[in-house]
Design a protein around this ligand. Structure first.
Ligand SMILES: *Cc1c(COP(=O)(O)O)cnc(C)c1O
Length: 392
């Protein structure tokens, strides 16, 4: 029993074997620095893949979001609208700038930013004469937000959009790649993302001038002088040439990874379809969902179990599952900021947090391992239901 109880992770790094080639090249040529041929090539490959005019490789997705805010001149006291249902890294760079986040709820079609709530937030901001400097739209768990509707509103108010596509590399939206509709797009290569460099990020844009400025800010903002002169505040945010080598090999298989993630999702849907309370995250019309993580919520007025109980049960079997992100407007760090819910009746992000669950979705998870997850869920749910039924 012990032998087949190996831990199953939510989404663990999945190497191809070719990473060594590029890592070795950086050693052989002594490009052990936050610049070099691997960095250049990784930027080139990624911008080509997503169809953006340029890309800037950085040390993390969080750094890329921070740079985007700097490039949009977000300063102390400025407002920035941001999706509430997300990981904290979407929002913390707003605080780095001492700007003021305003959180926007989700809607049920995509679990992402609600255009209705966004519109209300804009109408209020306009009345106050204090429009946001930027809007950060998150594409959660690989699902693209309703960009047409969101862009229409943001374009009307002439406010630029940053797409937090940290989780949606490989997702398509109406024929284009996720992260390429707004002014800036951000990807993450953290260890659990669909591809990884162990840690890293990328900022993409069609504005190449802005990316040149971004590179300047990411490399300590050194003036063009023969000595070290600095007129602006910069950061040390560049990506290592060694890690970029990992990225080149990883990006070469992104389409395979998307297919594998989708297959994992399909199998969960098929084999868990008897659990009527499970509502899987939908795939929005006109999109190709990368299914980074298979996510669902439990839809029942008489819940016989909570998502947390299921997470704990899976943990007993050495299986890592996770609750849906706790929304930003409910975070102790951020709950003093304004929040616009989807409608008077419902806060969708809060609902999804209370009922949502992410299942292990690694592309290197074997069929047997996924069977273990499925069996553990089925067994727990049937035990709970019978208990519920007889009223214990
Ligand atoms: C992972 C993630 C980030 C941050 O990326 P890092 O590379 O870990 O800094 C930002 N936003 C979302 C939605 C993420 O999932």
């Amino acid at each position: 029993m012990e032998s087949n109880n190996k831990r199953i992770y939510l989404s663990s790094p999945h190497m191809t074997g070719n990473e060594h080639k590029y890592i070795n090249q950086s050693f052989e040529t002594n490009w052990i620095a936050p610049l070099g041929p691997n960095v250049d090539r990784f930027e080139e490959d990624l911008s080509q893949y997503v169809g953006a005019k340029g890309a800037l490789a950085v040390s993390s997705g969080t750094a890329a979001i921070h740079l985007a805010l700097r490039l949009l001149n977000v300063q102390a006291g400025d407002k920035v609208f941001c999706s509430s249902l997300t990981f904290v890294a979407s929002a913390s760079p707003i605080l780095y700038q001492q700007a003021e986040p305003v959180f926007i709820d989700s809607e049920f079609d995509t679990w992402n930013m609600s255009p209705e709530a966004l519109k209300r937030a804009f109408m209020d901001a306009e009345k106050e004469g204090n429009l946001p400097k930027a809007v950060i739209v998150v594409h959660l768990y690989g699902q693209n937000a309703k960009m047409d509707e969101i862009m229409e509103i943001c374009n009307f108010y002439q406010v630029p959009v940053i797409e937090d596509a940290a989780e949606s590399l490989g997702t398509t939206y109406k024929g284009r790649k996720s992260g390429t509709t707004g002014k800036f797009g951000v990807y993450s290569f953290n260890g659990n993302k669909i591809i990884t460099t162990s840690g890293g990020g990328m900022l993409v844009s069609n504005d190449k001038v802005a990316l040149v400025k971004g590179k300047f800010l990411a490399s300590q903002a050194r003036d063009n002088k023969p000595y070290y002169q600095h007129s602006e505040l910069g950061y040390n945010y560049r990506m290592s040439n060694i890690l970029a080598g990992i990225g080149i090999a990883q990006l070469a298989v992104i389409e395979d990874r998307v297919k594998q993630k989708q297959a994992v999702f399909q199998r969960y849907v098929q084999e868990l379809n008897n659990i009527k309370e499970f509502v899987f995250m939908p795939e929005y019309q006109g999109t190709g969902h990368n299914r980074w993580l298979t996510t669902l919520f439990i839809d029942s007025n008489q819940l016989s179990f909570t998502p947390f109980e299921l997470v704990q049960e899976l943990e007993k079997e050495n299986i890592e599952a996770r609750l849906v992100w706790k929304p930003m407007h409910l975070q102790p760090l951020l709950n003093k900021f304004k929040y616009y819910q989807h409608s008077n009746q419902i806060s969708v992000s809060s609902y999804l947090f209370e009922r949502g669950l992410c299942l292990p979705s690694g592309t290197n998870m074997t069929e047997e391992e996924q069977s273990r997850v499925i069996e553990a869920i089925l067994s727990f749910v049937s035990r709970r239901k019978s208990r519920h039924f007889i009223g214990i």
